[in-house]
Design a protein around this ligand. Structure first.
Ligand code: FES
Length: 162
């Protein structure tokens, strides 16, 4: 481990390559798209932790803010294309909330680029993989979140454990 990276970890900042992204994926489209990317053996970075939700409309802005407070460097929200939501208006609500969320992030001192909204259908495994690739690169360019206080691994373990 490079000295700078080691120092950053000890200070709780992590390194640019060590970014963590939380992805809220709607059950009916994007989760299936992610599954298709997996079974198709498409390559994409492993920095993403998926959270399966029934519809993007169920994602409270609180969950997004909480994700950043818990040490995530980026949050991806992916759902059905407009007009394809299984609950009819869920993704319309998400699109509206997204604008508010971006404002909230700015208020918290976070860059807008740490939050992304994408529409990915169950048939778009390649698109899902590309979204994860490009978003990971974008978040890496921004570096670890300024809200990240200490390294936290998946499952609540410290960065050193997991
Ligand atoms: S069911 Fe997919 S966004 Fe609503």
């Amino acid at each position: 481990m490079a000295e700078t990276e080691k120092r950053e970890r000890e200070e709780g900042q992590g390194s640019a390559d060590d970014v963590r992204i939380l992805a809220f994926l709607c059950n009916w489209c994007s989760y299936a798209g992610a599954d298709l990317a997996g079974v198709s053996r498409l390559q994409y970075p492993p920095n993403v932790l998926d959270v399966r939700v029934m519809c993007t409309g169920t994602i409270s802005p609180y969950f997004v803010v909480k994700a950043f407070q818990e040490g995530m460097d980026g949050v991806l929200i992916a759902g059905c294309h407009i007009g394809d939501c299984h609950y009819l208006k869920g993704n319309y609500m998400t699109a509206k909330r997204f604008q508010v969320l971006r404002e909230a992030l700015r208020f918290l001192g976070l860059e807008e680029g740490r939050l992304r909204l994408e529409w990915v259908s169950a048939a778009e495994g390649e698109k899902y993989a590309e979204v994860v690739r490009s978003f990971t690169e974008q978040v890496k360019a921004l570096g670890p979140s300024p809200l990240r206080r200490k390294p936290v691994g998946w499952g609540g373990k410290t960065g050193e454990e997991g």
